[in-house]
Each structure stands twice: as structure tokens, then as C-alpha cells.
Design a binder for this molecule. Structure first.
Ligand code: GLA
Ligand code: ZN
Length: 675
């Protein structure tokens, strides 16, 4: 089902708007709301996300009247439509069918309630969801303004029921072929885990392998395989709906709203099925713009040749967290342009108007309960609405990043459930930490699989690449041979795809490439740290995890200054003659990470924390995004440019001042192109 990007019609307008639940309002309210929304630049609405109980009120009974009714004023206004399948929440009657609801980690079969709650292996759910998706496509495939199909909602969650157990066994049989092969690769001799029949295999849960919640398993590989299987089972649900839609709607793009760094699904394995990669951005408190930038690039990197959309962000605040901060004036605009800078070809919100009841009634919306149009939020949304029109000309534009960051779900899963060396290195946090200084220097990154073709990059970051078999190591080696510098380090190369430790020096298959061996790794509790001494005499601290590094074919760059292993190498560099390989054996503090990047990049200059710079190429121009996330900045323009947001023109050499949360989007025609 790989999409043909060339065949896809583009939305006429840069999609701006988002989730809209007009089913709760009478006709006159819908009309007034839509008029108000259109006035402030909304041109696209997502409809039908949770409408299943209305569309399919009883077994075999379908009723499209409510959807027809809410579509009518949208169509009358010529708006663009993202039509959702409603399968993010099954109808109450369906939950009474034996296999539809999930069985949780503790083995409890759930009753009707909440959403995102259907068993992904349920034959009933699969058949019913494909059926409703097909009926929707049959009825609405030629809706004027239909710009995308949106399947389900935020796929995710785990199930441990009998159907999933059976599906898991089938999946394992396909993967391993024979029981002997499964026993060998699962290393079942340990703790007497030999499986005598596929029927012996049960989902790893609180009732079987897990002794302290989902992260503590007595048998990592079965848990790793179960996560892979659940991710695939959810994908199969997506695919069944997509196939049903495709029978009636052959060329309208199909997407599912992903969630950035979401641990539940290996999104890379979904990438081929998504015509548009869309995602929902709700940065957590403490997750700064560097992490959001990584998340955008993670999403963009799933399918670099296909469009990426920001399917949801809140125009104001969330409601589902203990604290739900407002966005300061200008922050929404900054976040919106940050998304576009990283390739978003639509920026949509959850939601158009605040619900009157139920759990999201206090979630931010463009229109509040009183539907006022004279609020700060409406003013900001309107300003952005006027400005994003200019983003249509950026469609299909590209970044030319020289650096790549490797992100890998297997490593994420395997690292975070590993017994030892430490449980205190959250995978994404660590990647975010090491990336931060590059971000502060304005060095853009692609976020890719460690198995992607990485030749051609100048710099590759592969931190905490816990799972690294021989092929993955060879792939990194090829990129280094082609000239890339590689930065890796502790908790990398620890296991192969079967979660077995290689019978090699640490870091396993990466050891020869790094030119080191690690015989011991110290792991210390919170509050304990070690001094790190760089060759130039500067020092920093490191905590949590400390590899005792023996350089074999590498230079030490820093050693430990404290601990019984003082004097042992902590950071090394191997010059391969092509690229260089840096091994960072300890979890350096911020100062240490800055020193590291000074050494890798050979410069201490060019740091502008708080100012993000992104360059995108269109066919005839380079577009420079200046995103002031924090503080005040001055930027000297390297070419005559026009600000796409204000229309202001600047000569080469002009000095621009920006103060957070300010944005400039500066277009500079490529040589020979008209201004
Ligand atoms: C998610 C969901 C929406 C809504 C928002 C609220 O992204 O997809 O349905 O619940 O969260 O933030
Ligand atoms: Zn299940």
C-alpha cells in the first residue's frame, strides 16, 4: 500500500483549523461558529473522530443523518474537510461482544468506557472498523473539499487478551518458523523457560513475567517481542480500514494522527502505510523547543518524501494534565511556525469550540464556551491564520541537514526494561540532552533509523543505541567510511535484536568501530557523580552510568578524576582515516556535553541558545526561519531577503533584532531565480 506521492492532490489551501465536534450543537450555533471560525482564517475542519455510536447505533443498523447534518454547513461554506473514521471509541453495544474490549496488564477484561479501548486483535473490532470505514468512504468519497482521511485516533495502548495471545503465537510462528528456533533465540534455557509448544506462550503481563509493572520483566525478549507484536496488531487495524477506504476513494490521502515520541508503536514500521505523516504536538512542561524540534524531525523522517502535518495542538491549554499552563502571548505562533520550519504542510488544532460537557470541557479551544471572538486566543489564532497562507509556497520544500540523529524503538524498549546496568536513563531524554547543544548552535538534524542509509551525513549521533546487531553496526561503519563523524557511547551495542548480549567486548558489534573495549560499567544512584577531566585541563561532572573504557585503537579525550577508576578513560576518539568515532562512556553534565561538542565540531563559537535557525529549500528560494524561543538575539542576514510574514525586505548584511517569542521567515531567492 505504499503511496504514490505524485498521485496525490494537494489541498487548495494550506490547511488551518482542526478538530470540530459540532454534533453537540444545534444548527444555528454551528452556522454562527463556522462563520466566526472562517473569519479568523479557519479553512479546514476534522469531523467525525468519535462518532461511531451515532453512525452505528445497533448491530447492523447504520445512520448517517447526523454526519450529513454536520457536514452540510461545512460544505455550504466550501471548507476543506478531514474526514475521520470513528474507530477511536467503539459503541457501547459493541463492548458487550465478548472480544472487543481489552484485557489489561493485570488480566482484567475491561467493560465499556473511555476510548482507545478496543482489542487490536479482536475479530469483531477488525471487521466492524473496516466496515464503517468502507461505508464512510462509499458515502463521502466525493465530498467537495475532502483533503484527507483520518483513521481512528491516536492509535496506542496494549491488550493482553486471548485473541492477542493467539495473534502473538501466530506472529511468533511466522517470525521464528520453528519452536526450536524460538527457544534458541529467546534463550529459554535460562530459568527453565523452554517452550514445549507454541501454546505454552502467554503474553508477558503481571500474571506471567512481570514482577513490578510493565517496565520490570523477568524475560526481556518475550516482552520486546510482545511490544513489536502489539505495534503490528495496531498497524493491521489501520491497514484494514485503509484498504476499505481505498476501495471507494483511491487517491485521497490517508493518515493517522501519531504522537511524536510515543513509546507504544514503532512508527517506522507504519511509515509505508501513511500517505501523510500527521501528528499531535502537546509539549510537556519541561520539554523545550529542542525536544519538539526532534519530534518534528522524527515524524518528518518517517517518510521524508511525503507531507507531514501537524494534526493537533492546543490553541490555548490542555486539560488532561495536573497543571495546564496557558501559552504566553506569541507562543502559539512560535510553535506553529516551528512546525512549519520542520516541514509541516498543515497546522491544525484540537479544537474549534470548547465542549459543554464531559472530560474535555475545560480543554482549550479557539472559541470558548461563550463563543467569544474578542479573546486573546482568537486574536492570536486569527493572526496566525492570516500568516500561514504564506506557508503554502513552502510545500514540498526540503531541509539539507548535515547531521542525523538515530532513534530506534527497539533500543528504546529494550533499554528501558533492562535489568542493568541502570534503570535511570530514559531513552528519549538522553537523546534530547545530547542533542541540545547542537540545537543551541543552530545545527539542524534529520532523525532517522540507525538502519537508514546514513552515508553522506557529516555527523551522526547514535547515543544509547542499546540494540545493535552486526548489520546495524556495519551500516554505521559504512557511514563513517564515507566520512561521517559518529558520536555514540554508554548503553550502546549492549544487545542484538534478540536481546542477547553479544559474546564480544562492550560495546559489542560497535567495539571495533569505536576502537575501545569496556570491561566494566559502574552505575551509581542519584546524587553520586564523578569528575571528568578533559585533556585540555577543563573538568565537568558525570552521573548515573560510567563505562571504564580501555582505548584499543582510539585516543582518550577525557578520563575520570574520581572514583576507584580515576585515571581510566571516559571519552575517546578514533580517527579512522575517513570519519572519526567518539565514544562517550559517562553521562556528562551540560558543561561536559558542551565540551564534547566543541571537540567534535572543532569550535566553541556559534552558539545562540534560545534562537532556532532552520533553513528550507524550495525550488527557487532558500527560506530561513528564525525562531526566538528565549531571550533577545541579533542576526546578520547573509543575503537580501523578504519576510514572508510581514512583507518587509532586507538587504544582505542587515541586522535583525528578535526577542522571544518572535518569528521571522525570510525568503531569499536562489541565484538566478526572480525575487
Ligand atoms: C488528543 C486527542 C484529542 C484530544 C486531545 C486533547 O490529542 O487526539 O481527541 O483528546 O488529545 O489534548
Ligand atoms: Zn487483545
Amino acid at each position: 500500500m505504499t503511496a504514490d506521492p505524485a498521485a496525490r492532490p494537494l489541498p487548495a489551501l494550506f490547511p488551518y483549523g482542526g478538530d470540530y465536534c459540532p454534533e453537540q450543537w444545534p444548527a444555528e450555533v454551528r452556522a454562527a461558529d463556522l462563520d466566526a471560525l472562517q473569519d479568523i482564517g479557519v479553512n479546514t475542519v476534522t469531523l467525525g473522530v468519535f462518532l461511531w455510536s451515532s453512525l452505528h447505533p445497533a448491530p447492523g443498523v447504520y445512520d448517517f443523518s447526523l454526519l450529513d447534518e454536520i457536514l452540510e454547513p461545512v460544505l455550504a461554506r466550501g471548507m476543506q474537510i478531514v474526514l475521520a473514521t470513528p474507530t477511536g471509541a467503539h459503541p457501547a453495544w459493541m463492548a458487550r461482544t465478548a472480544d472487543v474490549t481489552r484485557v489489561d496488564f493485570e488480566g482484567r477484561r475491561h467493560l465499556f468506557g473511555a476510548r482507545h479501548n478496543s482489542c487490536p486483535s479482536s475479530a469483531t473490532f477488525r471487521a466492524e472498523s473496516a466496515e464503517i470505514a468502507g461505508l464512510l468512504a462509499q458515502r463521502y468519497h466525493d465530498l467537495p473539499g475532502l483533503v484527507a482521511w483520518h483513521i481512528g485516533n491516536e492509535f496506542g495502548g496494549m491488550c493482553y487478551c486471548e485473541s492477542c495471545a493467539a495473534g502473538f503465537r501466530r506472529w511468533l510462528q511466522e517470525k521464528y518458523g520453528t519452536l526450536e528456533e524460538l527457544n534458541r533465540r529467546w534463550y529459554t534455557l535460562f530459568w527453565g523457560h523452554t517452550m514445549h509448544s507454541f501454546e505454552d506462550i502467554v503474553p508477558p503481563s503481571a500474571l506471567s513475567e512481570h514482577w513490578n509493572g510493565p517496565a520490570y520483566t523477568a524475560f526481556q525478549i518475550i516482552t520486546l517481542d510482545y511490544r513489536r507484536f502489539q505495534s503490528e496488531a495496531l498497524r493491521e487495524c489501520f491497514r484494514l480500514e485503509k484498504q476499505a477506504i481505498r476501495r471507494h476513494s483511491p487517491d485521497v490521502p490517508v493518515t493517522a494522527n501519531l504522537m511524536g515520541f510515543f513509546p507504544g508503536i514503532d512508527y517506522r514500521r507504519w511509515a509505508d502505510d501513511l500517505d501523510i505523516v500527521s501528528w499531535d504536538n502537546y509539549p510537556r512542561i519541561g520539554h523545550g523547543p529542542g525536544r519538539v524540534a526532534l519530534a518534528h524531525e522524527l515524524m518528518k523522517g518517517l517518510a521524508p518524501d511525503r507531507p507531514m502535518w501537524l494534526m493537533e495542538q492546543t490553541p490555548s491549554q490542555t486539560a488532561w494534565r495536573p497543571d495546564n499552563p496557558l501559552q504566553e502571548p506569541g507562543l502559539l505562533r512560535l510553535r506553529t511556525w516551528q512546525a512549519i520550519a520542520h516541514g509541516a504542510e498543515a497546522t491544525l488544532y484540537f479544537q474549534m469550540r470548547a465542549s459543554r460537557g464531559a472530560s474535555e470541557k475545560f480543554h482549550g479551544a479557539i472559541l470558548n464556551h461563550a463563543a467569544r471572538t474578542d479573546t486573546r486566543v482568537v486574536r492570536e489564532v486569527a493572526q496566525i491564520g492570516a500568516e500561514v497562507r504564506a506557508a503554502a509556497q513552502l510545500r514540498g520544500s526540503r531541509t539539507e541537514h548535515r547531521a542525523a540523529v538515530c532513534v530506534d524503538w527497539d533500543s528504546w524498549w529494550s533499554l528501558e526494561m533492562s535489568d542493568g546496568p541502570t534503570r535511570r536513563v530514559p531513552y528519549v531524554d538522553e537523546i534530547t540532552r545530547i542533542h541540545q547543544d547542537l540545537f543551541d548552535r543552530g545545527i539542524g538534524v534529520d532523525v532517522l533509523s540507525p538502519d537508514a542509509d546514513l552515508t553522506g551525513y557529516d555527523l551522526i549521533l547514535a547515543p544509547v543505541l542499546f540494540v545493535t546487531g552486526p548489520e546495524r553496526a556495519a551500516n554505521l561503519e559504512r557511514a563513517v567510511a564515507a566520512g561521517a563523524d559518529l558520536v555514540t557511547g554508554f548503553l550502546s551495542g549492549r544487545v542484538d535484536e534478540d536481546d542477547q548480549a553479544p559474546t564480544l567486548d562492550v560495546p559489542g558489534h560497535l567495539a571495533p568501530l569505536c576502537g575501545i573495549r569496556v570491561d566494566e560499567t559502574d552505575s551509581q544512584p542519584e546524587g553520586v557523580d564523578r569528575e571528568i577531566r578533559w585533556a585540555d585541563g577543563t573538568t565537568c561532572r558525570a552521573d548515573t552510568v560510567f563505562d571504564l573504557v580501555t582505548p584499543v585503537d582510539a585516543e582518550p579525550l577525557a578520563d575520570y578524576g574520581s572514583g576507584f577508576y580515576a585515571g581510566t578513560a571516559a571519552v575517546t576518539r578514533r580517527d579512522t582515516g575517513a570519519g572519526r568515532v567518539f565514544y562517550v562512556g559517562a553521562r556528562l553534565d551540560e558543561a561536559g556535553l558542551r565540551t564534547l561538542w566543541d571537540q567534535v565540531l572543532g569550535t566553541a563559537e556559534d552558539r545562540a541558545p534560545g534562537l532556532e535557525r532552520v533553513r528550507r529549500r524550495t525550488e527557487d528560494a532558500e527560506v530561513l526561519f528564525l525562531l526566538a524561543h528565549d531571550g533577545a538575539h541579533r542576526v546578520v542576514l547573509d543575503g537580501a531577503s523578504t519576510d514572508l510574514l510581514t512583507g518587509d525586505s532586507f538587504p544582505a548584511g542587515a541586522v535583525l533584532s528578535l526577542c522571544a517569542p518572535e518569528v521571522r521567515v525570510l525568503r531569499r531567492p536562489l541565484d538566478g531565480a526572480p525575487a
